[in-house]
Design a protein around this ligand. Structure first.
Ligand code: NAD
Length: 484
């Protein structure tokens, strides 16, 4: 049995308790995890504080960028270990983990090495009304010790998306991965040590959220900022935890994302894109589409096309190349998704495909499998069209006019992502810009440029990360004013 320890000040250390990580493919225990209690969390924060006074602080920006590039290369070299960790924890298909999670982890470090190496500074030649002259320039200082708290759906991708810019800016981090996905973060800690990043710059603490490691970390007085990805409710709890000490937060939270399909869309491309946006990672991507609004003239065709795509998905062993779709992360999460399936039917939704637990057989019965599910006969008043479900599910609703489509798509408490499908170039730009979200795609979904702003509004988050937006969060500017 694999044992996963905390990583503090360059050493793997035991926790105060241990818990089992259960794999979602067949329900077997995949690792024994050391939960960090108050003492380990405190040691982690203190070691990060010390690292900020040590050799890390005197490295040049280019030296730091060089270290991050070496880290990216080492991630590529240890891709198979990271893959095994991600697959064991999440059950996601190997091809997806390879293409998305592991590749993006390396890319995150390379991208932020480039961003920080090329970053400029604000400067102004100042002339005051009373005739004084000065040069003003703003320096970026690291913000300090950053708590990085991430979820289980894209564990390594989301963790490195925050650790990379935090380290690029010269901070030290204390990372808490989800209790559901402790493995890849532990491999990353080994890689951090292998490439020679100074002790204490990257610390890893395992455990749960409330009443456990997550809460201990966010309430620790030594934390200078919190960057968090996860549920909106958890974001609210973290805001309350840091409020007494007024610490900055960057929040990437939940979504209830809409796709809007106009009758001039390229149908094949649209249905393929919708299938990707609804079912990728078993619907467990914050950007996944759970609401699909389709112009009435092509509604039946789009429903039929998407149902056909759902029926083509192959659930099964993540290492089998024919598998397209893994299980949900846990039985607890499946219970949540099943409760929405029941609720939809109770409230009169029509199940176009799926709707329950599939028969898996052959050793997979103990896993948290779910059928990809589509509903018709739903509307925006129903909880299944308002609340984030985070599974391979979507409701399809017809509309008549562009104005109606925009109104329906924006009728949500969330504001993360949207996708517009049309061949009318003007309409594409116009409708994409009308979406009250952080990311609006036209004729695609989840196509990312790491320099562009990423995040959401309303219940979907606070702030943006990506490119210079990340530098803005992970640094604290000091303006220097020199009289001339
Ligand atoms: P979650 O909020 O339950 O947990 C996320 C992390 O927070 C975990 O590490 C958990 O242990 C920790 N945590 C929980 N309660 C805490 C507390 N009180 N104090 C400190 N830490 C605490 O989320 P999840 O179920 O792991 O992930 C799914 C959610 O993440 C979905 O809502 C999804 O939309 C969201 N998500 C958002 C984005 C984005 O970029 N906007 C990306 C991926 C996932």
């Amino acid at each position: 049995m694999q044992e996963l320890r905390n990583f503090v000040d360059g050493q793997f250390v035991d926790g105060s308790a241990e818990f089992d990580k259960v794999g979602p493919v067949d329900g077997s225990v995949v690792a024994r995890v050391h939960e960090a209690g108050a003492m380990v969390v405190d040691r982690a924060v203190r070691s990060a504080q010390r690292a900020l006074e040590g050799p890390w602080a005197s490295l040049s920006v280019n030296d730091r960028a060089q270290l991050l590039r070496r880290l990216a290369d080492r991630i590529d070299e240890r891709a198979e270990d990271l893959l095994a960790a991600e697959i064991g924890d999440t059950g996601k298909p190997e091809a997806l983990a390879r293409r998305l999670d592991v590749a993006r982890a390396a890319q995150n470090f390379r991208a932020f090495a480039d961003v920080v190496a090329a970053a400029g500074l604000d400067s102004f030649l100042t002339e005051t009304a009373d005739g004084q002259r000065a040069l003003n320039y703003a320096l970026r200082r690291p913000i300090g010790v950053v708590a990085v708290i991430v979820p289980w759906n894209l564990p390594l991708l989301l963790l490195t998306w925050k650790v990379a810019p935090a380290l690029a800016c010269g901070n030290a981090v204390v990372v808490k991965p989800s209790e559901e996905t402790p493995s890849s973060a532990t491999v990353l800690a080994e890689i951090i040590a292998e490439v020679g990043i100074p002790d204490g710059v990257f610390n890893l603490v395992h455990g749960f959220g409330p009443g456990s490691t997550g809460e201990l970390l966010t309430t620790h007085p030594g934390i200078d900022a919190v960057t968090f990805t996860g549920e909106s409710r958890t974001g609210a709890a973290i805001m309350r935890a840091v409020a007494p000490r007024v610490r900055p937060v960057s929040f990437e939270l939940g979504g209830k994302n809409a796709a809007v399909v106009f009758d001039d869309a390229d149908l094949d491309r649209t249905v393929a894109g919708l299938a990707r946006s609804v079912f990728t990672n078993t619907g467990q991507v914050c950007l996944c589409t759970e609401r699909v609004y389709v112009q009435r003239g092509i509604y039946d065709e789009v429903v039929a096309g998407l149902v056909e795509r759902a029926e083509q998905l192959r659930l099964g062993d993540p290492r089998d190349p024919a598998t397209t779709t893994g299980p949900l992360i846990s039985h607890a999460h499946r219970e949540k998704v099943l409760s929405y399936l029941a609720m939809a039917e109770d409230q009169g939704a029509k199940v176009a495909v799926g709707g329950g637990i599939p028969a898996m057989g052959a050793g997979l019965e103990g896993g948290s499998w779910i059928q990809p599910t589509l509903w018709t006969g739903v509307d925006n008043s129903m909880p299944v069209m308002r609340e984030e479900i985070f599974g391979p599910v979507a409701g399809l609703v017809p509309f008549d006019t562009e104005a109606e489509a925009i109104r329906l798509a924006n009728d949500t408490d969330y504001g993360l992502a949207a996708a517009v499908w049309t061949q009318d170039i003007d309409r594409g730009h116009r409708v994409a810009a009308s979406m009250k979200v952080g990311m609006s795609w036209v004729n695609t979904w989840y196509l990312r440029d790491l320099r562009s702003p990423f995040g959401g509004s309303a219940l979907s988050g606070i702030g943006r990360e990506g490119g210079h937006h990340s530098l803005d969060f992970y640094t604290s500017p000091t303006n220097v004013c020199v009289a001339l």
